[in-house]
Design a protein around this ligand. Structure first.
Ligand code: ATP
Ligand code: MG
Length: 361
């Protein structure tokens, strides 16, 4: 069986370091591993419109931002198809058929959707499109027969929902769709990177992000004002690591060689943590180290972005080519789906023969 990747992001803002450790970095590694037959990376504009219906301009502006972020982290259009979701109308058709296989109460139980409804104050007026976006995500994944979906932890319920739809479809209409596997980050700190304010998740919608495209100065300012341990007041006070965002970021980003380069008095992160917990290590010193670590990771990304920014029409051209390839793949799955559901009337010679025999008797 072919190994196929599908994943993507909503164009609701520029991408941030949470996306990077939660999904983007892994995608680039997988892309360069050469182990995958096809890779589809989607800018999920139609999904973004489900909770931004009255602000289409925001989505329109951010499509190019996300594309630039993709290219800047090293996604290579020669190896990965970068495409725009709304340009593939086959995806909406699949969604319409899958809707019959899912109950309202099943959607209501989806914990990510529940949390997002609360976050957006949608309780009294959930747009139907938003409520059903897990079904549309199942279409995105299955349209490409994806076997592997590298995403952050918040996507687990979506993958579960997709698998259920695949099983239900295959059992009702016959083996057609492929069950995908989620690929979560193997580093625990990257599963759901907290925001710079210490809140549970760095999220475009919460304004607590370090963006991949932030300037060196922006990154430094954000790091220096990050949430740490509120009880660690004097340098000599013992400090807490748990829930201390600066240390969570170090868990996510620091590598052993960063110590030799930027903080040679410690051999590794464990030694630094140990000193902080014991007392005698100030937040400013740890934050300066984190800033160096982040700049080291982000500066090549920033440089590549600046190159791609010089030729924006070419970036749209990349997305157009990627969308053409994606459309062809999705159309082929859609026609298999229609055949399985027996709604391919005009290709179904057996049906035409059967009906004509019925009426010639
Ligand atoms: P929005 O607030 O518009 O939903 P978002 O910041 O949650 O935006 P998405 O486009 O919904 O971003 O998510 C894209 C991908 O990034 C998904 O795979 C998601 O799991 C992952 N991701 C998003 N935020 C984080 C985070 N803080 N840590 C790890 N992974 C994340
Ligand atoms: Mg999200």
């Amino acid at each position: 069986m072919s190994k196929i990747i599908l994943t993507g992001d909503r164009p609701t803002g520029r991408l941030h370091v949470g996306h990077y450790v939660g999904s983007l970095k892994r995608r680039v590694e997988l892309q360069n591993s050469g182990e995958f037959d096809k890779i589809f990376i989607m800018i999920a504009d139609a999904q973004a419109l489900t909770d931004n219906a009255d602000n289409p301009e925001k989505i329109r502006q951010n499509v190019i931002e996300v594309a630039l972020d993709y290219l800047s982290v090293g996604l290579d259009p020669a190896k990965s198809n970068l495409f725009i979701q709304s340009q593939i109308s086959e995806l909406t058709e699949l969604t319409f058929f899958y809707m019959n296989l899912v109950t309202v109460s099943r959607l209501q139980r989806n914990p990510t959707v529940k949390a997002e409804i609360q976050m957006r104050n949608f309780e009294a007026s959930i747009p139907v499109g938003f409520f059903t976006y897990p079904i549309s995500q199942a279409s995105d994944i299955t349209a490409f027969k994806a076997t592997t979906v590298p995403v952050g932890e918040d996507q687990l319920p979506m993958l579960e929902q997709t698998k259920e739809i695949v099983r239900k479809f295959n059992s009702v209409y016959g083996e057609t769709l492929v069950e995908p596997e989620i690929l979560l980050p193997d580093n625990e700190a990257c599963l759901r990177l907290p925001g710079t304010d210490g809140k549970a998740k760095m999220s475009k919608s919460l304004g607590n992000c370090i963006y991949l495209s932030d300037t060196e100065e922006d990154v430094r300012n954000k790091v220096m004002s990050m949430y740490t341990d509120p009880d660690h007041i004097k340098i000599t006070d013992p400090g807490k690591i748990e829930g201390n965002t600066v240390f969570t970021y170090l868990d996510a980003f620091s590598k052993p060689e960063h110590f030799a380069e930027f903080l040679p008095e410690y051999n590794n992160l464990d030694e630094l943590k140990e000193h902080y917990q014991r007392g005698g290590l100030g937040d400013v010193k740890v934050k300066k180290f984190l800033n160096n670590v982040l700049q080291d990771e982000l500066s090549p990304i920033r440089k590549r972005r600046a190159e791609f920014e010089k030729d924006i029409p070419e970036v749209y051209n990349i997305l157009k080519k990627g969308s053409d390839i994606a459309r062809e793949a999705a159309a082929s799955t859609l026609s298999e789906v229609k055949r399985a559901m027996k709604i391919n009337y005009f290709e179904d010679e057996a049906l035409i023969k059967e009906q004509s025999e019925k009426y010639s008797r």
